[in-house]
Design a protein around this ligand. Structure first.
Ligand code: HEC
Length: 171
């Protein structure tokens, strides 16, 4: 759910089940901080985490929200970052890890196409400010710290307008 100016929650439907499960374990371990989620994650044991992750992974993805009002120049910048990156700023293209169209690759690289803009930008800002540090080899932290606030808005809006992978494709 995308809430402009508020806390946006991710679309979970259609994400890889092992990726969802890893996130719940990371909240429990404190590698990913969110007051709402840690309470919920702490109520779940390992089996319940596996069950809830499997459940969401099977649901059909719904469209991303929050990108529709972005102007063309912002979306064009977002597309550039997503597909080609920005070598002047040492930003690798998002799709080099998140796959063509940002559809996700296996359980390590989550699909970000069709995710809500407010959630994507919140994650990039969380990596920038070290409240999310659960990524392997600091891959996301390194990128997010090189991004300006405008670049974060641009790439978040762009991915929100893109179609998400069908659930089965990311399993
Ligand atoms: C070098 C590889 C790499 C590149 C390039 C990369 N990412 Fe990521 N990204 C990852 C990994 C790995 C994760 C999963 C972290 C974890 O395990 O929690 C991730 C997670 C994310 C998430 C969290 C998704 C969720 O549902 O929790 C967002 C949002 C994201 N990346 C956005 C981007 C954007 C936007 C770009 C381009 C500016 C980008 N990434 C470029 C590796 C990469």
């Amino acid at each position: 759910m995308n809430i402009p100016g508020g806390e946006s929650w991710p679309r979970l439907a259609g994400l890889n089940s092992n990726y969802i499960a890893k996130q719940l374990h990371d909240f429990k371990a404190g590698d990913r901080q969110n007051a709402t989620m840690v309470t919920f994650a702490n109520m779940l044991d390992d089996q319940q985490i596996a069950d809830v992750a499997a459940y969401y992974s099977q649901l059909p993805a719904t469209p991303g929200q929050g990108g529709d009002n972005a102007d063309e120049a912002l979306l064009a910048r977002g597309q550039q970052l997503a597909e080609r990156g920005d070598w002047n700023a040492y930003i690798v293209s998002c799709q080099s890890c998140h796959g063509p169209g940002g559809q996700g690759v296996g359980e390590t690289f989550p699909g970000i196409a069709g995710q809500h803009a407010g959630y994507i930008s919140a994650q990039l800002n969380a990596w920038k400010s070290d409240t999310r540090s659960n990524d392997p080899q600091n891959l996301m932290g390194a990128i997010a710290k090189r991004m300006s606030e405008e670049d974060i808005q641009a790439v978040s809006a762009w991915y929100a307008t893109q179609p998400a992978a069908e659930g089965e494709a990311t399993q």
